[in-house]
Design a protein around this ligand. Structure first.
Ligand SMILES: Cc1ncc(C[n+]2csc(CCOP(=O)(O)OP(=O)(O)O)c2C)c(N)n1
Ligand SMILES: [Mg+2]
Length: 422
């Protein structure tokens, strides 16, 4: 790889990037719990990583893979004492997390139904990953830029993208989805891990603009990029890690390890937790309970602050589960073992927050949230059906800033061809 050194883009940003060991210390010091919380009785290792087909994984995969990762809220709804991170005390934000996760699950179910009824070409369900997405999205500030993969609907909705806009691509009425600049949220990419390179490029731009490590919260900016456990094996992802590390780009790589890359179990792709791959690139890696919205929020908040402050990249592995098929074209019962599905259902991200909130929120509030979600689903259906196909020749638009003579010729030919059918 040829690295051209440019003024203002200093490899390694000496004195500002932290080595992994120092970062662990920094996390410990910066985030020492300030309140006493009851320790959960649920053992982190109580849920196994689940069986897989014979001969397809490393037989000696260490038990580390069964570790839940950093956890603040146990599946039974009790708070967990965690030496590195504080439990979010903001009650209103906890309520907002719950509302956002319930909404995402309901909208996801509605979109699945719309696909089954022929209104969408395809749907890519997020069920099970609500905490990983909502907790991390909340940690990003308005200046931060987010690069999703293709399953991050809860990120988009939580960031304020109108629900139906997330369906435009998969209704086949648009090449994209929403106004990227309005939300600082890139459109989806289907080419696995390509977005990690886009994110690092953006992060290097942020460095060149000098918007990292100034100490001014109105200026410092980080980049948050989502990728899957399967995408972690792509060359693009690994090249992105190298570049981000080499230049200290302010990028948080958020890997949602939902245990499956279509029908390939993540254990086949790595015998150790994916977070440990960060060691080899020289930046911090954290394994987090991805079904714990409080832990996801705490860890991503820390990682983004680290990046904004000039500390360089961080990898977070959100240990979660895909509680639905890969897409509506997939039959996951062919490969996801039923007992594995059941074990993860017991760790449901929404149920555990509900158990915590139920200690001081009455049942009527939960009913009200369900009603809001039902209304939002009805509106999503209405708005989806109103998404009409665009004028066909518009697919030739926006290739260049200004239309070329060649494009004009193509448009003329295309319109004449289309009109020949009328
Ligand atoms: C470069 C590339 N190779 C293969 C595919 C086909 N493909 C689409 S999704 C997928 C699995 C991805 O799994 P993972 O990264 O774990 O993300 P998840 O779907 O579980 O969210 C594959 C192989 C693709 N889209 N892009
Ligand atoms: Mg996956």
């Amino acid at each position: 790889m040829n690295v051209v050194q440019r003024p203002g883009l200093t490899a390694g940003r000496p004195g500002r990037r932290s080595d992994p060991a120092a970062v662990v210390t920094a996390v410990t010091q910066a985030s020492a719990p300030t309140q006493t919380v009851p320790v959960a009785s649920v053992s982190a290792a109580s849920v196994s990583a689940g069986p897989v087909s014979a001969g397809c994984v490393h037989p000696s995969a260490p038990s580390e893979l069964a570790d839940t990762g950093i956890q603040l809220l146990a599946p039974d709804g009790t708070l967990v004492a965690e030496p590195r991170f504080e439990v979010l005390a903001d009650h209103d934000l906890r309520l907002e997390f719950y509302r956002s996760m319930v909404l995402a699950r309901r909208l996801d179910a509605e979109a699945t139904a719309l696909q089954r009824q022929g209104e969408l070409v395809l749907w890519i369900p997020l069920r099970g990953q609500e905490a990983a997405q909502v907790g991390s999205a909340q940690a990003a500030g308005p200046r931060d830029f987010i690069f999703p993969s293709y399953r991050e609907h809860a990120v988009a909705w939580h960031r304020g993208v109108p629900a139906a806009e997330v369906l435009r691509l998969l209704r086949g009425v648009s090449h994209d989805g929403w106004d990227v600049a309005a939300h600082n949220l890139a459109n989806y990419t289907i080419v696995l891990a390509s977005q990690t390179l886009h994110a690092v490029g953006y992060g290097m731009g942020v460095l060149l603009d000098g918007d990292v490590g100034t100490g001014d919260p109105a200026r410092d900016t980080a980049v948050l990029v989502y990728l899957g456990d399967g995408a972690m094996s792509q060359g693009d992802a690994n090249e992105a890690f190298v570049w981000a590390a080499s230049f200290g780009a302010p990028v948080v790589f958020l890997c949602q390890n939902n245990q499956w890359a279509i029908s390939t179990p993540s254990r086949r792709q790595s015998p150790v937790p994916l977070a440990r791959r960060a060691d080899g690139f020289g930046f911090p890696g954290l394994r987090v309970d991805g079904n714990d919205v409080l832990a996801m929020h705490a860890a991503t908040s820390w990682a983004l602050a680290h990046a904004r402050g000039g500390g360089g990249p961080v990898l977070i592995e959100a240990n979660t589960y895909r509680m639905a098929p890969h897409t509506t074209s997939d039959d996951a019962t062919r490969y996801q073992p039923a007992d594995e599905v059941a074990a993860w259902a017991a760790r449901d991200p929404i149920e555990r927050l509900r158990r915590l909130l139920a200690t001081d929120v009455d049942a009527a509030w939960f009913d009200e949230i369900d009603d809001q979600a039902a209304t939002a689903a009805t509106e999503l259906r209405r708005d989806c059906l109103a998404l009409d196909p665009p004028e066909p020749s518009s697919m030739l638009g926006h290739v260049y800033a200004e239309e070329t003579a060649d494009e004009r010729d193509q448009r003329t030919w295309f319109n004449a061809y289309r009109d020949s059918f009328l």
